[in-house]
Design a protein around this ligand. Sequence first.
Ligand SMILES: C[S@@+](CC[C@H](N)C(=O)[O-])C[C@H]1O[C@@H](n2cnc3c(N)ncnc32)[C@H](O)[C@@H]1O
Length: 403
Amino acid sequence: MAGHMLMRVACGGRLLRSVSKKWGVLSANSDVKCLPSRSYSLQEKESQTSHGVGENEFVAPPSSPPDASTPQHIPVMAEEVLEFLAPQDGSVILDMTFGGGGHSRRLLAACPGVRLVCLDRDPLAHRLALTLQQEHPQQVLPLLGRFSDLPTLLTRLKIKRSFFDGVLMDLGVSSMQFGTAERGFMLSQDGPLDMRMDGGRQPEQITAADVLAHIDEGSLYKVLKFYGEEKNARLLSRALVESRYMFQRLDTTQGLANMVSSLLEGMTRTDKLGRHAHPATKTFQALRILVNNELNELDYAMRLAHYYLRPKGVLVAISFHSLEDTIVKRHLQGVDLDHTPATIGLGLAKHRTALSTYTKDEMERITTKAWKQLTKHVVLPSEEEVTSNPRARSAKLRSALRL
Ligand SMILES: C[S@@+](CC[C@H](N)C(=O)[O-])C[C@H]1O[C@@H](n2cnc3c(N)ncnc32)[C@H](O)[C@@H]1O
C-alpha cells in the first residue's frame, strides 16, 4: 500500500481548465500544462446543475428534499476508500454512486483541493449533491443519471477518455432508499412495491409490482434463481404467478413479504452474522436487481470506468453480494491464459496460441491486461465497522489501477 501511495503522490495533481464560460464545459486538455486549479470551475449557474438525461433534462427533479425522518447513510469502508483513491489537490474523482454523499464528503474533508463529479440516478441523492455543491462550488459537479447515461452526460461536458484520476463505485441501495417505506425496498414496513432507484423520474420504468403482475412463470423462476440465488425459486415463481388469480394485484411490500413468508414457512434463514433473515430477503433482492437492471448497469460501468480513467488512475469498487463482486472481479482479472488450467482441452491450453484461429494481434488484444489489481483478495470491513454499521457486513472492496 505504501508504494501505491507514493506512486499516487508522484502522478497526482493534473491541472485542468474550464474551456468555456458556458455551464460545465470542461476539458481534460493535455496541451494545458500548468494552469492554476482556481481557473477550473465545475460550477456556473446553479439552475443548470440538474444535469440529467431524458425527460427531466435540465430540470430539477420532482422529489421532496430529505428531512429529519430520512435515514442517514453511513459510508462503508471510508478509510479504505481514502487510502486507495489517495486524493490530491487538483485531482478529479468520479463518484459514480453519490447516494448520501458520505464518501464524497470524506474525500473533500481529506483533501479540500480535490474535485468531484458526483453521479446518481436517484433524484433525492442528486439534491444532496446539489447541496454539497453549494458548500463547495468549485469542487463539486452533480450529475443526475444512470451509469449508462454517463457517456451522454460527460460528452456534453466535453469530458473525454482518460479524464479522471479516480473512480468510486459503492454499489447497491443507499440507506435513504432502503429505509424509506415509500420507496418499496423495505421488508419490515409497508409501502408500495416500487423499488425504482430512479424514483418516479422515468415514468416508463416498471416497478416491482408491475413485474409481478405481468412476468411469466419461467422468467420469474430465472429472476429469483439467478438474481436472488433463491433455492426455492420454482415454488415461489409458481405461487406468485398463481396468486394473480386470487389477489387483484400484489402491490405492497408487506403483501409480498407475507406471502413469501407463508410459502417458505418453517424454512429458517440467517445472514452472515448469524442473525435471523427474513424469508423474502432474496425475493426482494432479485426483484430490485431486475427493476433497476443492476447487473447490466454494473457491467457497463466497469467498461466506462476503464475508458474514463487515465492510465494509472485508480478504481475502487465496493459490492454487497456475490453477483456484483463476480462482475467486478471478472473485469479486473480479464482473460489470463497463463492461469488457464492445463487440464482444459486435454492439456492443449498451453499451446492455445499456436492452435488458435485468432491472429497474433487479436490474441494480444484479448489477453492484454486492462487492470492491475491493488488488492490481492477482496478487502473486508473491520469487525468494529460491522458492529457500528451492520450494513457494512457484506461489503467487499476491490481496487485496481487502470493500465
Ligand atoms: C450504496 S449507495 C452509495 C452511498 C454513498 N457512497 C455514500 O457514502 O453516501 C448507492 C447509490 O448508487 C446509486 N446507483 C446505483 N446504481 C446506479 C446506477 N446504475 N446509476 C447511477 N446511480 C446508481 C443508488 O441510487 C444509490 O444512491
